[in-house]
Design a protein around this ligand. Sequence first.
Ligand code: ADP
Length: 483
Amino acid sequence: MNLNDPTLLRTDSYINGEWVQAPQNRRFAVTNPATGKVIAEVADLDAAAVTSAIDAAVPAQAAWAARTAKDRAMVMRGWYELVLANAEDLAVILTTEMGKPIAEARGEIAYGATFIDWFAEEARRVCGDVMESPIPDKRFLTFKQPVGVFGAITPWNFPIAMITRKVSPGIAAGCACVLKPAEQTPLSALALAELAHRAGIPAGVINIVTGMDAPAIGSTMCEDDRIRKMTFTGSTEVGRILMRQSAGTLKKMSLELGGNAPLIVFDDADIDTAIAGTMASKYRNAGQTCVCANRIFVQDGIYDEFAKRLVAASDAMKVGDGMEDGVEQGPIIDRQGLDKIERHVADALDKGAELLTGGGRHDLGGTFFQPTVLSGMTPQMQMFGEETFGPVSGLFRFSTDEEVVAMANDTEFGLAAYIFTDSTTRLFRVSEALEYGMVSANTGIFSSEVGPFGGVKSSGLGREGSKYGIDEFLEIKFVCVGL
Ligand code: ADP
């Protein structure tokens, strides 16, 4: 890996401001999914390390919360500036361990950094209230206070942004954290910790525990009553496990789980906008995001033209190692991911879908998959009910608004939905009818630190980013004062 600052490449865990190895210096390999080569051997910590990280976080949190919000914001601002100053190195680390094209990695660093900046500012705008008292000799007020130490578990598909989106509101509110990054992408997390350290974020406020034994690390966090909140991004299955494990200590929970995003193209849509939006939503990160379009519903009148244009755009995509110039689609993260994509495509073809382009592994070998378009999809197919997490566009034909809204909502998930239409009334009607946490209209990219990100139903609980995000890390205390 060619870095301007090679000291950003950390391979030990970061606990209580120190770089920590595992017992017997146990390590696990991190591989580059584009080449299959091992790029680092990272400390493989166990559940005992989680407990020592919590031991460190408890006093650190109390001291951090005692500082003024303005003071915390200034330290966070330093972290933000260091992330920007080292953006290129962070992007190289990210692409090397995760595989997304370097341009997308640069975009993720910029996006991820905005959460640090935004929540540093939000820290200073936390306000309690003074209410009109119903009793003459009593006064009613509220304080907003940090929940305490929180546990965070993050996925591999946004190795930087999913961390800053959780850690920034938490530390802005005066909390401290113990975070386990995905085992596929620990290097980005450790580089962020190195920059947090340089910025002067005090020892124990951010702790990063790397390790392969996610179930043991997760359950130790959930069962420790000193952890007052869990925040998780990942699969619905693991989200349910964490919620169950947290029941004994009744923690506050934020869960960003799986999606099954409908993308609806109405006859009256501007086709250029719809194609550009579909490409951006579907193929970003090779289809490996929880907000990627998973079911593309296209109305009768525009269906054939849309399918033709989507095939042309998919065929024009440059697939390859994300470090190469102009690559738009990198590899799939691992074999397991690849197998699922193949299963979904085989199931669709088996049940009568028509293959318009792609459909299999790419000539590049490894875990590369061809950009694929399938037509004539039906609700009986696996892709209708489950996230494919790959570069496969499945087209469903529909006739009426009622029909498509019913199909879009016919899923246990409710994260992101997309609509393309030039009709304002339809835009409002359909946006209201969709049972989703986020609706993106006439654009394929909507994520921002300013907009609330989150889902309903089996897609999770709570909102990240925006003016609401910091509330997830604050408790409201009611204070009644007798005069
Ligand atoms: P994905 O399919 O995206 O890998 P996961 O939900 O399996 O989704 O992984 C997201 C994060 O959850 C990763 O950091 C992973 O290590 C962690 N994880 C996986 N299984 C568990 C578990 N049983 N308890 C706690 N964390 C887990």
